[in-house]
Write a protein that binds this ligand. Structure first.
Ligand code: FES
Ligand SMILES: [Fe+2]
Length: 361
C-alpha cells in the first residue's frame, strides 16, 4: 500500500497519551507512544531492535523505555542507554526508530517519512479546536475500509440521500451544485449551498439549543468542505433563515482526521465544534450519540461493504462512473495520487543516486 509519508497524520488525541505506554498501528506499522519526563510525546517503532519484542509490553523508567524481554532501555532519542546483561556494554545495532511528533489542536501528529523534512508549520490551522470560544465534541472511530474510501465518503454529498435519510439528508442541499476552489497551498474546497427549504433533522437540535427560536421550512443550508493533504477534512456546515446572512444563523465547524491503520482499516478522528450553547452537556451527548450512530451504523457499514467488494483492486483501474457530486472526492483523490507519485519518484531517484555513488569507481 503506497502512502504519502512526508506529511502529518493524527496519531492520537492528546488525552489518550497519559503516563503509561500506548500503542497504535499507523500506515501498517505498530508505534508505541509515551511522554518523556517533560511531558513531550515520544513515538517509537514498537519493535525492540534486539529480538523484536513489542516495546509496549515494557515499562517506563525515568523517561526511558525498558523492553520487557531482556531489559534494554531506550531514551527519547532512540539510543539504547542501558543493558542489564554481562558487562553492561551496549551492543551495536540497538538504535530504536523514533518518529517526529507534534502536539497541536489537542492531538498528537506523527510524521512517518524523512524526519529531516518534518516541519510543524505544515499542519493546517484548526484554531477552534483549542480556544475557549469554541466547544468541541470529539471522538475516535474505527473504519473497516481503506482510508481513501473514507475521504471519498466525507467529501461526497450524493450518498446522504440514501445512507442518512432520517438524520442529515436535506432535499434543498441535494439540489445544490458543488463548487470547487483551490488554495495556493494545495487545499481544495468543495462547497455547496441549498436555498429556501427545510433544514435536516439533526440541525433542529442545535437550533433549539442555540436559542434561535422556531425552525422554518424556508431556510438556507450550506455544507463547505476543505481537504488538506493527505487526509484532513474541515467542514463548515450551517443553516440560516432564507436570504439572511450566515452570521444570523448557526454554523458548526467539524473536522475529520483520517489516518490509515492498515490497507483495509482506518482510524477516524472526528470533532463537532460549536460557538453556541457551549455548556450544554445534553447537546454534547446528542452530538456524540448522533455522530456515532450516523457513522457507525450508516457510513461505516457501507464503506466496509465497498471495501469487501473492491478487495485490493486499484480504484481507477475499475473505471468508476462519476456523478456530478463526485467532483470534490475526485479532485482530492487526484491531488493525493499526484503527491504520492511525486514522493515515490523522488525516493527512487534518491535511491538510484546513492547506488551510483556506491558503485562508481
Ligand atoms: S528483545 Fe528487547 S531487549 Fe531483547
Ligand atoms: Fe455519510
Amino acid at each position: 500500500m503506497a502512502y504519502l509519508r512526508n506529511t502529518w497524520y493524527v496519531a492520537a488525541w492528546s488525552h489518550e497519551i497519559g503516563e503509561g505506554l500506548f500503542s497504535r498501528t499507523i500506515l501498517g506499522e505498530s508505534v508505541v507512544f509515551f511522554r518523556n519526563t517533560e511531558g513531550k510525546v515520544i513515538a517509537a517503532r514498537n519493535l525492540c531492535p534486539h529480538r523484536f519484542a513489542p516495546l509496549d509490553r515494557g515499562r517506563l523508567i525515568e523517561g526511558t523505555l525498558e523492553c520487557a524481554y531482556h531489559g534494554l532501555r531506550y531514551n527519547a532519542q532512540g539510543k539504547c542507554v542501558f543493558n542489564p546483561d554481562g558487562d553492561g556494554r551496549v551492543p551495536a545495532g540497538t538504535r530504536l526508530t523514533i518518529f517526529p511528533v507534534v502536539e497541536r489542536w489537542k492531538a498528537a501528529w506523527i510524521w512517518m517519512g524523512d524526519p529531516s523534512k518534518a516541519d510543524a508549520a505544515l499542519i493546517p490551522d484548526y484554531p477552534f479546536l483549542d480556544t475557549p470560544e469554541w466547544h468541541p465534541v470529539r471522538g475516535l472511530l474505527k473504519v473497516r475500509a481503506n482510508y481513501r474510501y473514507v475521504i471519498d465518503n466525507l467529501l461526497d454529498i450524493a450518498h446522504v440521500r440514501m445512507v442518512h435519510p432520517t438524520s442529515i439528508y436535506c432535499e434543498m442541499l441535494s439540489k445544490g451544485k458543488t463548487e470547487i476552489t483551490r488554495e495556493p497551498n494545495g487545499a481544495i474546497w468543495a462547497t455547496r449551498l441549498g436555498v429556501n427549504g427545510a433544514p435536516p433533522p439533526l440541525f433542529a437540535v442545535m437550533w433549539r439549543a442555540a436559542g434561535l427560536g422556531e425552525l422554518s421550512e424556508h431556510m438556507d443550508h450550506w455544507a463547505d468542505a476543505r481537504w488538506d493533504a493527505p487526509s484532513l477534512i474541515l467542514n463548515h456546515v450551517g443553516i440560516t433563515m432564507h436570504g439572511q446572512p450566515r452570521e444570523a444563523g448557526l454554523e458548526a465547524k467539524n473536522t475529520h482526521f483520517i489516518t490509515p491503520e492498515t490497507g483495509t482499516t482506518t482510524h477516524y478522528f472526528w470533532t463537532n465544534c460549536r460557538a453556541f450553547a457551549r455548556d450544554d452537556v445534553n447537546l454534547d451527548a446528542a452530538i456524540l450519540s448522533g455522530t456515532e450512530q450516523l457513522f457507525v451504523h450508516e457510513d461505516e457499514v457501507m464503506l466496509n461493504a465497498v471495501q469487501e467488494a473492491m478487495g485490493d483492486r486499484e480504484f481507477w483501474s475499475m473505471k468508476p462512473a462519476l456523478l456530478q457530486a463526485d467532483v470534490g472526492p475526485v479532485a482530492a483523490r487526484r491531488a493525493l495520487d499526484k503527491l504520492i507519485a511525486d514522493e515515490q519518484r523522488e525516493a527512487s531517484a534518491a535511491t538510484k543516486a546513492s547506488i551510483t555513488e556506491v558503485v562508481s569507481p
